[in-house]
Design a protein around this ligand. Structure first.
Ligand SMILES: [Zn+2]
Length: 259
């Protein structure tokens, strides 16, 4: 049994076959998934999807750094209102993305801090997106995120950066499809991360893992990320599945899967 700790199954790429994709995931052992919103509308969509699939889909509410300019105090109030629903298990995804820089840096930083406040007010863990912005995320978390919990989703840094992330006691690292590729430091990170602090995810529809040949990623394919992590750690698939599932349940307080 696996949890896909990060999928955007609310997005339009799944409009034609969303229910079939969810059923295929559950039938394949991916019994629970977390869908983080990327703006107000997709946060609403994620919550609606979670309400329609109790015990299977859970939602996060937040504004992605790409869309940071759409954030306002009024948006924050609505996210906080949504966060009261039992199906909402996280604030996010939010973060800093200086790779694509679709919102100005100062706006991203201010919106990052606003989300930390939302997470504190809602007493929920954070789903944090970081791309080419590691130092700023560390700085803002040190200044404003003390005592908070969450996950560095789709971790993309090196070993030294992973150690800085794990210095925040309440945080975990999550691996996605890039772990299955050869062109990065992630296998080294995966070798050293404490097993009680690791999650797996797809970030679907993006980041198709090897060896999948498809145009679109989907929650079922989280099993390839888990298998790669198992290979790196010299554990069985079942052991990694049990460990990452327990970690996800613990971090996000997920209920039991519905049969
Ligand atoms: Zn995402």
């Amino acid at each position: 049994m696996l949890v896909d700790s990060h999928t955007h199954i609310d997005t339009s790429r799944f409009n034609a076959d969303r229910e079939a994709v969810i059923q295929a995931a559950v039938a394949g052992g991916v019994t629970r998934m977390i869908d983080p919103g990327c703006d107000l509308a997709s946060s609403r969509a994620a919550l609606a999807l979670a309400r329609d699939h109790p015990g299977v889909i859970y939602a996060g509410v937040g504004v992605h750094p790409h869309d940071a300019t759409t954030y306002s105090d009024a948006v924050g109030e609505q996210l906080l209102e949504m966060a009261r629903a039992p199906q909402v298990v996280a604030i996010g995804e939010f973060g800093l993305d200086y790779y694509r820089m679709l919102s100005p840096r100062d706006v991203q930083r201010a919106v990052f801090c606003a989300h930390l406040e939302l997470a504190r007010a809602a007493a929920l863990p954070c789903i944090i997106h970081v791309r080419d912005a590691h130092d700023d995320v560390m700085e803002l978390l040190r200044a404003h995120g003390q005592g908070q919990r969450g996950v560095f989703h789709c971790f993309s840094g090196d070993v030294a950066q992973s150690e800085q992330c794990l210095a925040f006691d309440g945080f975990m690292l999550s691996f996605a499809g890039p772990l299955t590729r050869q062109d990065n430091a992630l296998p080294d990170v995966a070798r050293m991360v404490p097993l009680e602090r690791v999650l797996v995810e797809t970030d679907s529809p993006y980041l198709i893992p090897k060896p999948v040949k498809a145009k679109r990623n989907e929650p079922l394919f989280v099993k390839y990320v888990a298998q790669k992590l198992a290979d790196i750690r010299g554990l069985t698939f079942e052991e990694i599945a049990a460990i990452t599932t327990a970690n996800t349940i613990r971090l996000f307080g997920l209920g039991e899967p519905c049969s």
